[in-house]
Design a protein around this ligand. Structure first.
Ligand code: HEC
Length: 225
């Protein structure tokens, strides 16, 4: 009798522990999710309309995949996927995005930990309700406020070298293969004909010059030595 009772007791405790884990897992904790979301902030913001490498995730639950307004870089695969983002589909996506939508362009390996996925989904649910913890704002520099040492006044291409002269009068000579020419047409991009050099710091072997639009790249750079 005593042994039987003990077994029943152990079984009951085991069952309760099991149910306890299950319901904790199903719940998802938005606050923990906000911390886990740091894995995403290199590519996603949660501010409406602020798209980065990936679309803003301000209100993703309940939407059709690949349909957030203003994001112009969806893969054909995600747009064609007949998917609506629910807790279940988001969980599958976060576990293994390539398995759910083969050919999508989110370069992210997936999160094996089911609890962490549930937490992130709880967080994404809490964001539009205004109950989620704040995230640090994405650090997008305002290139209209670039300092004299970054503001480019002249630029020429001579043999295999770019000479970039900045508003503080300094000339930087950079091997053409190490200089990236970029454009930033967003409100934080540079003013027309005032490109900005970034990354030409201490070591200075690699840098980018950011222009206000792509057409300016060839008109601004003089050719010749
Ligand atoms: C390296 C950049 C990168 C990281 C890191 C990343 N994503 Fe993405 N994400 C993307 C890109 C790019 C897309 C668009 C994919 C496509 O169109 O195929 C995307 C798409 C999505 C979508 C679908 C949105 C829609 O409108 O259909 C969701 C949801 C999503 N990501 C959530 C996350 C979450 C949550 C994390 C962190 C756990 C994360 N992503 C990490 C780049 C990233």
């Amino acid at each position: 009798m005593r042994i039987q009772g003990g077994t029943t007791f152990i079984f009951a405790v085991g069952l309760l522990a099991f149910l306890g884990t299950r319901s904790a897992l199903a719940a998802g904790d938005a606050e923990r999710g906000a911390r886990a979301f740091r894995q995403c902030i290199a590519c996603h913001s949660i501010e409406p309309g602020l798209h980065m490498t990936g679309p803003s995730l301000a209100s993703v639950l309940g939407r059709k995949a690949g349909s957030i307004e203003g994001f112009t870089r969806y893969s054909d695969a995600l747009r064609a996927a007949q998917l609506t983002w629910t807790e279940a589909t988001l969980d599958q996506w976060l576990r293994d995005p390539a398995a759910l939508v083969p050919g999508n362009t989110m370069t992210f390996p997936g999160i094996p930990d089911a609890q962490a996925r549930q937490d992130i989904v709880a967080y994404l649910k809490a964001v539009p309700q205004g109950t989620a913890a704040a995230q640090p704002r994405p650090q997008l520099p305002n290139l209209k406020q670039a300092s004299a040492e970054s503001r480019v006044t002249r630029m020429r291409h001579c043999k295999d070298t770019y000479e970039v002269v900045t508003a503080d009068g300094k000339a930087h000579r950079i091997w053409e293969f190490n200089l990236r020419l970029k454009s930033d047409t967003s409100p934080s991009g540079p003013r027309p004909n005032e490109p900005v050099i970034v990354g030409a710091g201490m070591r200075g072997d690699r840098a980018s010059v950011v222009f206000s639009n792509p057409a300016e790249i060839s008109s601004f750079i003089r050719d010749g030595c």
